[in-house]
Design a protein around this ligand. Structure first.
Ligand code: FNR
Length: 369
């Protein structure tokens, strides 16, 4: 029987060839100034048989940086340097959205313009460590954004979205997951503001919806998606009532004509860590609250993806680590071929090794003679 995963699907103005999504994957192959490289274009070209590629998290402004060598979308030079990537994906018949990113407190002065402190909703330090050009160190204490600064950050989101369209992306994904700036506003463990952006859930979600509206104004709602991660613990983020929070957000995302809502299942976290105490699936809870395409991510393989599509809990499934290691992942699913294993050591190292040198099935067979 043909796989549901490989059937076409309508998403915004596009008819996608299949229901596989290449998950956003930070790989640190841009320059230190945030300029995409030719290697990045080649990496996405190789993976263009995904129904949809979501780009690696891409900075809206220099202040959003929390990882070295990550690309941005604030300058003409970055727009020019992204074009070979979007053109390569289109030439192969694929589609690519840009994931728009601001890390907030998950940063360090070494990664910030003029060595300033990172910004966050509140002056609450992230727990854990950050890679800086001079080594791995603790996240730095952030300063709280003043209310007057918030419109400027929202405007950065809108400008980056407009830049993404100029660069040839098919749309944008608002990165509201994984304990970064928007998630910091959402979750009460990181947001103790006393103004209209803190306190009750409606207030904590205000920043998210303002950023979303900036993206919609730049791209049109049907070219805007969003990524959420209920129960993620990245950087020590937590909320006293995460389901109530995310249910509020999912409801609020409905009725806007968005391209999609993309949700990471709590069972798997970046880096392969697992939360011991949370087995529930986000999709059955959140999908009924949202009126558009639902993308499920996190720990899926061929069978799990077919199952969630058959259950009707998702419309598309995103794959992270298996797309890193298998440029021809949809074909491997179609023919039930074995997958290349991924190499964690090369996730964030410079150069082509572990990035553009994973073979397709045909290349591996040819090499084996
Ligand atoms: C990630 N993930 C991630 N998520 C995100 O929203 N933006 C990003 O830039 C990244 N970067 C990133 C880099 C690397 C090397 C890994 C392994 C993961 C999370 C990713 O999109 C996905 O949600 C997880 O990998 C879980 O899915 P899989 O790998 O189990 O299919």
């Amino acid at each position: 029987m043909p796989l549901r995963l490989l059937s076409p699907v309508e998403l915004g103005p596009y008819t996608l060839a299949n229901r596989t999504v290449m998950a956003p994957l930070t790989r640190s192959r841009a320059t230190s100034e945030g300029i995409p490289t030719a290697l990045i274009a080649e990496h996405y070209r190789q993976r263009a048989s995904a129904g949809l590629i979501v780009s690696e998290a891409t900075l809206i402004a220099p202040q959003g940086r929390g990882t070295p060598d990550t690309p941005g979308l604030w300058s003409d030079e970055q727009v020019r340097a992204w074009r070979p990537a979007t053109e390569a994906v289109h030439a192969e018949g694929g589609r690519i959205f840009a994931q728009l990113w601001h890390v907030g407190r998950q940063s360090h002065p070494e990664l910030q313009p003029a060595g300033e402190d990172p910004v966050a909703p509140s002056a609450i330090q992230a727990t854990g460590q950050v890679r800086t050009p001079s080594g791995v160190t603790d996240f730095a204490p952030p300063r709280a954004l003043a209310a007057e600064e918030i419109p400027g950050v929202i405007a950065d989101y809108g400008r980056a979205a407009a830049r993404a369209m100029e660069a040839g992306f098919d749309g944008v994904e608002l990165h509201a997951a994984n304990g970064y700036l928007i998630d910091q506003f959402l979750q009460d463990g990181a947001n103790t503001r006393q103004d209209g952006y803190g306190g009750p859930i409606e207030n904590r979600a205000r920043f998210l919806f303002e950023a979303l509206e900036a993206l919609i104004a730049a791209c049109g709602a049907d070219r805007v998606g969003i990524r959420l991660s209920p129960h993620n613990v990245h950087g020590g983020i937590f909320d006293s009532d995460p389901w109530a929070l995310h249910e509020h957000v999912a409801r609020g995302l409905s009725g806007r004509g968005l391209a999609y809502m993309h949700v990471i299942e709590p069972r798997t976290l970046p880096g392969g860590r697992h939360r011991e105490d949370e087995a529930a699936n986000a999709a059955p809870r959140l999908r009924p609250l949202f009126d558009g395409i639902y993308i499920a991510a996190g720990g899926f393989g061929r069978e799990g993806a077919e199952e969630i599509l058959a259950q009707g809990h998702a419309d598309m499934v995103a794959f992270g680590r298996s797309f890193i290691a298998n440029p021809d992942l949809p074909r491997r699913f179609a023919e039930d071929l074995p997958l290349n294993p991924y190499d964690r050591k090369t996730f964030y190292t410079p150069g082509p090794v572990g990035y553009t040198d994973y073979p397709t099935w045909d290349e591996a067979q040819a090499a084996a003679g």
